[in-house]
Design a binder for this molecule. Structure first.
Ligand code: ZN
Ligand code: ZN
Length: 168
């Protein structure tokens, strides 16, 4: 494990995210290790979704040596600390993202691409929605369908197939 002075700075910084993680580690009696901060630092610079594998690759490419289990365990800690969220979209590997503003996920069932959209009307509806004997913490909306790229492709193959049919 290379000790990066930037990570030392990051771990000691007054960044609210770092402070939150410090508090979490302290209150759980866990050590403030360089590995954990290297992972947090990487995660905080990712916009959108990532898999454990992708996160590991990014960390590797920065020259850090962190084992897969450390990456996995730190991601679990960040989920428990309510800093990350896990999504399991149908038929796909688990994906993670930072907890930010609520958004809707549009998932293409053909290519697996996930698009995020903000929907103020839906958010307003959900924020006003009260459930009986239940306190809402957060919500997640997954919309499954076909992206425009895949729709175009399938249209093209369909036209080609139809032509073949006619020639027969
Ligand atoms: Zn698609
Ligand atoms: Zn998302």
């Amino acid at each position: 494990m290379r000790t990066d002075p930037n990570i030392e700075d990051f771990a000691g910084s007054n960044n609210p995210v770092v402070r939150k993680f410090n508090e979490y580690l302290d209150s759980h009696g866990m050590r403030r290790t360089t590995e954990r901060y290297a992972i947090l630092n990487r995660v905080m610079n990712i916009n959108g979704h990532f898999t454990i594998e992708e996160l590991q690759q990014m960390i590797d490419s920065e020259g850090f040596r962190v084992s897969r289990s450390t990456v996995y365990n730190t991601v679990e800690l960040l989920i428990d600390a309510k800093m990350l969220r896990r999504h399991v979209f149908e038929g796909m590997q688990a994906q993670y993202e930072r907890i930010t503003m609520a958004h809707t996920h549009l998932i293409c069932t053909t290519c697996g691409k996930v698009k995020e959209v903000r929907d103020p009307n839906f958010a307003a509806f959900m924020n006003a929605r009260r459930f009986n004997a239940f306190n809402t913490d957060h919500y997640s909306l997954y919309v499954y369908g076909t992206c425009s790229t895949c729709a175009r492709k399938s249209k093209r193959t369909k036209v080609a197939d139809d032509k073949k049919e006619k020639r027969r």
